[in-house]
Design a protein. Structure first.
Length: 96
């Protein structure tokens, strides 16, 4: 938990860690995937910052980035190239 708090605090989302834990529990994600996802969320926040309802924006983007992070972590573990299934690609295009 301390490691997660460190990453969330450095990315500016320490207040949303409980929400992130709920989303991660729904998707059965591990801390490595959560760390990867929060870094991706921070990158997106620098490019497209939330204008209203920061927590709803965070929940949607964190869920999207958590799925991406899971794919990347699995790819690194298996050392295989991986392309997302069509249903996830469509979802990512809709959410930006």
């Amino acid at each position: 938990m301390n490691r997660l708090h460190y990453y969330f605090a450095n990315c500016g989302f320490a207040d949303l860690l409980p929400l992130a834990m709920r989303v991660a529990a729904e998707l059965d994600s591990n801390p490595a995937e959560m760390i990867e996802a929060i870094c991706k969320v921070a990158d997106k926040a620098r490019t497209y910052p939330p204008t209203r309802n920061r927590s709803a924006w965070f929940a949607a983007v964190f869920r999207e980035k958590l799925l991406e992070a899971r794919a990347e972590v699995l790819t690194r573990r298996k050392n295989l190239s991986y392309s997302l299934p069509v249903r996830f690609r469509d979802l990512l295009e809709i959410n930006g």
